[in-house]
Write a protein that binds this ligand. Structure first.
Ligand code: GUN
Length: 293
């Protein structure tokens, strides 16, 4: 088997950012307002902080305005809902996100419902989820949409393919299964969604032409679960202790890369695969807020 082609999310997201920066320049030259993204971060979870900082940095890179609202981990649900309402009403803010997960005393569903659908660039509000499911214009969730963009830019043929999505989260697995089944390109897949209660997982995944893994379990997918010639997209990202690294940790995906990669035609690396595409996709949604306003 030939070497697999790496689906390079970092390089692809850099190309998208360059395109976005050119669009921002045109907006500025035309005297228009550049998009302004706000992010609410509750608490000091290391991974969430890293992600939010990366989102803010990406805004600067393409010329968007950005605002980071940092709230204490002990903030009450009512106070958080007030902050959301402020952003909903602020005419300067085109779109915003509330970084998940939230501390356990806050009801994530209430928070999701509180974000104005018109500013919901995460695409998590039921109005956007419903519009996505119906194939109407909507803010699409960043990770699944970033994966579609990556497949598109690598000209992966998805039509009629058996696609298995592992994981049924509201953020990744569930919307990914819906989007890949649509009559679109990429899309038109025959989609199977497997989850923690699925029987015969291995038989199902081993029949996948395209396997999207978003289960949050380090190196769960092994070579015996993957078909020869498959396209594998790994959404997982886990820090595991590694004394040989300066940082003290290394990053692993949900897929055992070293043994799975030789069976694939294409595979995403971790890091540098899906993660940067999620950010690029959020930026694309944020640009969309100005064409809607
Ligand atoms: N936590 C993990 N992924 C995401 C995401 O796409 N958006 C937000 N807001 N939080 C997340």
């Amino acid at each position: 088997m030939a070497e697999p082609i790496l689906l390079d999310g970092r390089a692809t997201s850099d190309i998208i950012k360059t395109e976005l920066a050119e669009t921002v320049e045109k907006i500025k030259q035309g005297g228009g307002k550049v998009p302004h993204l706000a992010a609410i971060l509750v608490g000091a979870d290391g991974a969430s902080q890293t992600y939010v900082n990366a989102k803010v940095k990406a805004c600067h890179k393409v010329g968007f305005a950005s605002t980071l609202v940092q709230l204490d981990a002990a903030v009450s649900e009512a106070e958080l809902l007030q902050e959301i309402e402020k952003l909903n009403r602020d005419p300067q803010i085109n779109g915003f996100i509330v970084q998940l997960p939230l501390p356990p005393h806050i009801d994530e569903q209430k928070v999701t419902l509180a974000v104005s659908p018109a500013k919901d660039v995460d695409g998590f509000h039921p109005e956007n989820v419903g519009r996505m499911a119906l194939g109407l214009d909507a803010y699409l969730p960043a990770t699944p949409n970033g994966i579609l963009e990556l497949l598109k830019r690598y000209h992966i043929d998805t039509e009629g393919k058996n696609c298995v999505v592992m994981g049924r989260s509201h953020i990744v697995g569930s919307p990914m299964s819906i989007l890949l089944s649509k009559n679109t390109n990429p899309g038109n897949c025959t989609v199977t969604l497997v989850h923690s209660r699925t029987k015969n997982v291995k038989e199902i995944t081993a029949a996948a032409d395209i396997l999207v893994v978003a289960i949050g379990r380090p190196e769960f997918v092994t070579a015996d679960m993957v078909k020869e010639g498959a396209v594998v997209v790994d959404v997982g990202i886990h820090r595991v202790a590694d004394k040989s690294k300066k940082s003290g940790f290394r990053l692993l995906g949900d897929v055992k890369f070293d043994e799975v990669a030789p069976k694939c035609t294409h595979i995403t690396p971790v890091p540098g695969g899906v993660g940067p595409m999620t950010i690029a996709s959020l930026l694309m949604n944020t640009l969309k807020t100005v064409s809607h306003s």
